[in-house]
Design a protein. Structure first.
Length: 348
């Protein structure tokens, strides 16, 4: 009897260990705010006036600890000599910790802790950059990390006060002919041009992918992120449509307006490709991705929509923190800076 009991324990031991194992948290990248950023008292009316007097504009940089996207912005974009020189010439950069407690005095004189200020501005991604004009109004907002070439376009747009002439979408489109390899198809993209009809007949969420033909970052999305098994299973639970931001082909938007695909992207001010805009079954936008994301955050955006997390938790950052913790409690690693994900659905 004893040997048989011991055999049962030996056979069950790996399962017991697995159940008790906590997954690892991977990919966090601490970074240091550059010492050449403005040492501000966080009174933004004063900061805007000082910047304007020097022929500059304000760039508010929202960040959080150990954010790999923030680290990439600092270590790659702002460490590039040409980008750094351009930023220092045209902008005063002020850092805001989205979970911080320093007092911020906003335009209009209202005071907030940093975290309340970030919440009031619905900061969902880090880094988020908000560029202020000479009146303290938003000239441009970047929700998430932009790689160097795209970031430089944004800097040039704001420094040249191009927002007075056109939208950021129009500026980006004007910099590219939109010709090249062609859009990258996926078997989950619907051949659908009437998104209003889709919303009437489908009870699923709708994801609209805005892409371009000459887009290296679109290729990266398809090759590295959309190829991930758990991500594709989440995608399979919603309707997905692909839009060419340079196309003159007509499409009916979820609100029932007939536009070219180019003008549809323009109406949403899509300035980054690939972007993904999510709609609920009634055709209301509920979430969007309009910056660079790797697998965990992209997958979490899908889950945020499908689980209706946006209704229970307005802060996407809090949602993904809770989601990651839950996965690790189940014994699965979460890598916030990798391309491969590990999810319970992968266990046979």
């Amino acid at each position: 009897m004893l040997p048989r009991l011991m055999l049962c324990v030996v056979l069950l031991w790996p399962a017991l260990l697995s159940a008790e194992k906590t997954g690892a948290y991977l990919g966090a990248k601490p970074t240091v705010v550059p010492d050449w950023f403005k040492h501000s008292f966080l009174d933004f009316e004063e900061d805007v006036a000082e910047a304007a007097a020097s022929g500059k504009r304000i760039m508010l940089y929202f960040h959080q600890d150990s954010c790999p996207y923030c680290a990439r912005l600092i270590d790659e974009n702002l460490s590039d000599p040409e980008i750094k020189s351009f930023v220092q010439k045209h902008f005063d950069v002020i850092d805001i910790n989205m979970w911080g407690d320093r007092e911020v005095v906003s335009i209009g004189g209202q005071s907030f802790p940093e975290k309340a200020f970030a919440r009031a501005l619905t900061v969902q991604y880090t880094p988020t950059m908000i560029f202020l004009n000479e009146q303290g109004k938003t000239a441009l907002r970047l929700n998430g990390y932009y790689p160097p070439r795209q970031f430089r376009l944004a800097l040039e747009f704001v420094a040249g006060q191009k927002e007075l002439e056109m939208s950021f979408n129009e500026y980006v489109v004007a910099q590219s002919k939109g010709q090249g390899r062609g859009l990258i198809g996926e078997d989950f993209f619907l051949d659908e041009t009437d998104l209003a009809a889709n919303r009437q007949h489908s009870k699923r969420y709708l994801a609209v992918y805005f892409e371009a033909a000459d887009c290296d970052l679109c290729e990266l999305l398809h090759d590295k992120v959309l190829s991930d098994g758990p991500t594709r299973r989440l995608i399979g639970d919603m309707d997905s449509v692909q839009i060419d931001i340079f196309s003159d082909k007509l499409i009916t938007t979820p609100s029932g307006i007939s536009l070219s695909q180019r003008d549809y992207a323009k109406s949403l001010n899509i300035g980054y490709t690939p972007s993904v805009v999510f709609y609920d079954p009634a055709g209301k936008e509920v979430h969007r991705i309009d910056g660079f994301l790797k697998t965990f955050h992209f997958q979490s955006s899908l889950a945020y929509v499908l689980e209706q997390g946006y209704l229970a938790e307005p802060s996407f950052q809090r949602y993904i923190a809770a989601r990651g913790e839950k996965l690790r409690e189940m014994g699965f690693d979460t890598d916030i800076w990798g391309y491969q994900s590990f999810h319970p659905d992968e266990v046979k």
